[in-house]
Write a new protein. Structure first.
Lengths: 628, 91
């Protein structure tokens, strides 16, 4: 195109060409705007579009943290609770020097100490200093800090600052400078300005803290948050709740009012869990156990106390750590041995052999019925020890002295199918469902696989079975329920299906309970469990410890000692089972300085006596026995 | 007084005034909602504070009445000890 022709297009009088130019400009502007609309809405501005960025700015998302539920005992006493604690956070670069004495008083610190700490932090330019932490809401420091933050104007401290201020210039000089006649040099001078100010750089922050007021006594049962153990882990889905999320929209798409938040997920606080545990009974069980483990130099100990309806009143384990001490975590000290260890229960099973024989009329358990112990049966020898109480002894004597051969003789009259069926009904080998995550339900081998010795050894708690301590204690519930056995319960308000099973005849129960009363007397092996003023029944047990992971027994004579008892004998209110692992230091009866091998009678029975003495003395519903 | 105005004008005026009144009400209503929202927030904070304090006091109570605290106080503060011998008296 020639220059002449181009110039012609701009000629004023050429109306159509001028209009065409305007059109082009408008088209160009339109395209420009269109591009901008697309770029604002769709094209990337960073990783998100400008539209998304805009929408985000009009949405205020809020998160509400769910409160973790509490764990309570049967009386509503707190066993675990989430507390809100406060910490005092300081910004050393902002805190006014004039406020340091007041702040030190509020923090209950010396002025000198606080000044020193702040100066040190200021020197390195640190803007973050937690000066106090784990403060309870009732701590006076918190009210002091709040008071300091909300000081009235008249009470505020005068803070002086050095400021640079321009020196004044005369009006004439300014006019001359404006007219560029005279040049003025701007000078500054330091001025000290003082005024009443609020304290700056002081913040109270929140912290959550899971507190366990009963300390170590319940640690293996309750466990600890963020650790794989106990009620805290097993019922985390109930205790944890669900955080709430909502958003406030301030744009044209928001439906309804601006200040009615749209709920994204509903806040659900964690639910409280009420256990059947009685914290006072638990304490007595734990302290008695702790004392026994230390006294007998045992590896560990565990105990469980049940109510007749199957509610677990106490479940104690020792050693145990204090869950409030966050610096220590030893998984072994959080292990709930009552549920997680399967062991051979030893002689504590003898009463069930007698009960079955009595139910089937194989024995009468009367004073005139004598069981022969003069001949060996299988590998159970009739040695001098077996004949210590005579060649033939009563059922009462068998239980009192925990006589293996006598028990085996009785078991020879029973069918192995009946024994298996009864042990099965008693719940051995079946899960209890209290804390499924940690429970070891033990074994009861089917009678078809039993060898000739298995039935004999089963009669006194060895052989084709092993059990956890809770299962053993549950089996003893037959004495409190006229021969029937209810399921165990750990949660107070849980809906359990009451499938109570009738195992023994009530008459047999009464008879054997009377015999067990004499076991826990001066004549029996459980003499140490006798409690003055109360009728106590129980059975001792001693079982050789198996080698870890292998077959066979520990050759060092390591024993597990047991005691399972109930009180009072008529209508029992408390059923307790105790297990001590490898107690090494025990004494003879009435000779505190004479050492003896550790057995159920001189170790585990003492735990029963100590714990029950304290429990019974605070239970007014059980009357003292007249004349005892 | 307004008789010289046509019905159409009157309706228009009425509509105009009602729009203005509704707009003003919308502002007032929105302000009320904001006040309510802030109040709800404040109440929630207060409620949470009270709940936290209640829990703390219950926990402290639970700790204080636990056997351990009582036993420690009996032994360390009150200097109590278990009897060395028990004599039974027949009544």
């Amino acid at each position: 195109m020639s220059i002449k022709r181009l110039l012609r297009t701009f000629k004023v009088q050429n109306y159509w060409q001028r209009q065409g130019l305007i059109k082009y400009i408008f088209v160009f502007l339109f395209l420009g705007f269109a591009f901008r609309i697309v770029s604002v809405n769709q094209l990337d501005a960073g990783k998100v579009s400008l539209q998304e960025k805009g929408v985000k700015q009009t949405i205020n998302k809020l998160t509400e943290t769910a409160r973790r539920g509490d764990i309570l005992d049967r009386n509503g006493e707190i066993l675990a609770s989430s507390l809100i604690l406060k910490k005092v956070n300081l910004d050393p670069t902002k805190i006014q020097l004039e406020y340091i004495p007041k702040l030190a008083t509020a923090l209950n610190m010396s002025n000198k100490k606080l000044s020193k700490i702040l100066a040190k932090k200021r020197k390195i330019g640190s803007r973050y200093l937690i000066i106090k932490k784990n403060l309870m809401l009732t701590d006076p420091i918190i009210s002091n800090i709040v008071k300091l933050q909300k000081e009235k104007i008249k009470d505020r401290t005068k803070v002086c600052r050095i400021k640079k201020k321009k020196d004044k210039v005369e009006l004439l000089d300014r006019a001359l400078s404006f007219l560029k006649v005279k040049e003025i040099k701007i000078t500054y001078s330091n001025i000290k300005s003082c005024q009443k100010e609020k304290i700056d750089g002081l913040v109270l922050q929140e912290d959550t803290y899971r507190s366990y007021p009963k300390g170590a006594s319940l640690a293996p049962l309750i466990g600890r948050t963020h650790r794989d153990s106990g009620i805290e882990t097993e019922f985390d889905h109930v205790l944890a709740g669900q955080d709430g999320k909502k958003q406030l929209k301030y744009n044209q798409n928001s439906q309804g009012s601006y200040f009615v938040p749209e709920i994204i997920s509903t806040l659900k606080h964690g639910q409280d869990i009420k256990l059947t545990i009685d914290s006072k009974i638990q304490y007595h069980a734990y302290t008695a156990l702790e004392k026994a483990v230390k006294k007998h130099v045992a590896d560990s100990g565990s105990a469980i106390i049940l109510a007749p309806n199957g509610e677990v009143l106490a479940m104690a384990n020792y050693p145990a750590d204090d869950p409030n001490d966050r610096n220590v975590y030893n998984a072994e000290n959080y292990r709930n041995r009552v549920l997680s260890d399967k062991v051979e229960p030893g002689s504590t099973m003898k009463p069930f052999t007698m009960l079955l024989a009595l139910d089937q009329n194989k024995i009468t358990a009367t004073a005139d019925e004598l069981i022969d112990v003069s001949k060996s049966i299988g590998h159970i020898k009739s040695d001098a020890k077996a004949k210590k109480y005579g060649k033939a002894i009563t059922v009462k004597k068998i239980l009192e002295k925990s006589h293996n051969l006598g028990t085996v003789n009785v078991s020879e009259r029973l069918d192995k199918e009946d024994m298996y069926s009864t042990w099965n009904k008693l719940g051995f080998g079946h899960p209890l469902g209290l804390i499924p995550g940690i429970e070891n339900s033990g074994i009861l081998k089917h009678f078809a696989s039993w060898g000739s010795a298995d039935k004999r050894t089963l009669s006194f708690g060895y052989g084709p079975m092993n059990t956890n301590l809770a299962q053993l204690a549950r089996a003893y519930l037959v004495f409190a329920n006229k021969g029937s056995i209810p399921p165990l319960k750990l949660l107070k308000e849980a809906n359990t299906i009451e499938d109570t099973v009738q195992v023994f005849n009530p008459k047999s129960i009464d008879k054997i309970a009377q015999l067990l009363d004499s076991v826990a007397s001066n004549n029996g092996s459980g003499y140490w469990s006798d409690i003055k003023g109360y009728h106590v029944a129980g059975k001792t047990g001693t079982a050789e410890m198996k080698i870890k992971g292998g077959k066979g027994y520990n050759k060092n004579g390591a024993n597990r000692t047991f005691f399972t008892g109930f009180v009072p004998v008529k209508n029992p209110k408390y059923i307790m089972a105790i297990r001590l692992d490898y107690p090494k230091k025990c004494h003879a009866r009435n000779h505190p300085n004479k050492k003896r091998d550790c057995q159920g009678s001189n170790s585990a029975a003492i735990v029963f006596q100590e714990a029950m003495t304290n429990i019974l003395s605070s239970d007014q519903s059980i009357k003292l026995m007249a004349g005892k | 007084m307004l008789s010289h105005l046509s019905i159409k004008t009157k309706i228009n005026a009425m509509l105009g005034i009602s729009i203005v009144v509704l707009s003003m009400y919308t502002i007032v209503w929105n302000f009320d909602m904001r006040t309510l929202y802030l109040k709800q927030d404040r109440v929630e904070v207060e409620y949470n504070k009270t709940m936290a304090l209640n829990k703390q006091l219950l926990t402290e109570h639970s700790k204080k009445i636990s056997g351990e605290a009582i036993k420690n106080k009996a032994i360390n503060t009150l200097k109590m000890m278990a009897p060395r011998s028990i004599e039974q008296i027949l009544l």
